[in-house]
Design a protein around this ligand. Structure first.
Ligand code: C5P
Length: 222
């Protein structure tokens, strides 16, 4: 690709596989707009819970999703979802949301509501002068941007992942989330075709960022 071409980097992986810290490092190194799609699913989950909408396919869910006005605000290089004028805070990382998010994210209606919105982040990044987009989630390289210039799949041992969450002081149902995420019918968590696996169990964050950066450099120079 030529230097002035817009680059798309997709990062997928399970809970606590290191996607967020890695994508933040790459965002800053390559001046990319970062999109944490997990925060979108978490925000929608919070709004549906607040409205008393259960994680079930029915008219109430459809109505609630249809009514939501989704916009994007950029904060320090991160695309933040805004739902009816509300932007997420730390409450989307609570135990309650960790517990419920995968049930809502498994619903085709919820995924459908976010599909085009996620793809539109490319235009948001371009309009705001970024040279590329780094998007992390579960189905970015497989469904959202299957033609991304770089597709990374992060992995880590269960021990390394549990240790990370313990250090962050977060209570998370990681195994349960991964099980629901990888067995759902619509856009399950899986290694996207053509993706590069980085197992970060024995690596420092800097090492993971450096390793991922090599593939981005290679794409930019190809
Ligand atoms: O990335 P994070 O752990 O914050 O994601 C929270 C949840 O959102 C995941 O466990 C998954 O259920 C859902 N998710 C998804 N598809 C994405 C990103 C997140 O289903 N692309």
């Amino acid at each position: 690709m030529s230097k002035d071409q817009f680059i798309i980097v997709a990062i997928d992986g399970g809970a606590a596989s290191g996607k967020s810290s890695t994508s933040r490092g790459l965002r800053d190194r390559f001046c990319l707009m970062r999109v944490d799609t997990g925060s979108f699913y978490r925000s929608i989950t919070l709004k549906l819970l607040e409205a008393g909408v259960e994680a079930k396919s029915n008219a109430k869910l459809n109505q609630a999703l249809e009514k939501m006005e989704l916009k994007t605000e950029i904060e320090s290089g991160d695309a933040m979802i805004s739902i009816d004028g509300w932007t997420p805070d730390e409450s989307i990382r609570s135990e309650r949301i960790n517990h419920s998010v995968s049930d809502y994210a498994a619903l085709p209606e919820v995924r459908g509501r976010l599909l085009q919105y996620q793809r539109n982040q490319k235009e948001v990044a371009q309009e705001n002068g970024y040279s590329g987009l780094i998007m992390e989630g579960r189905d970015i390289g497989s469904v959202i941007f299957p033609d991304a210039n770089v597709k990374l799949f992060l992995d880590a041992s269960p021990e390394a992942r549990a240790l990370r969450r313990a250090k962050e002081g977060i209570v998370d149902s990681m195994e349960k989330r991964d099980r629901i995420d990888s067995t759902r019918k619509t856009a399950p968590l899986k290694r996207p075709e053509g993706s590069i696996i980085i197992d970060s169990s024995e690596m420092s964050l800097e090492e993971v960022i450096d390793e991922a950066a090599k593939y981005i450099e290679a794409a930019l120079n190809s």
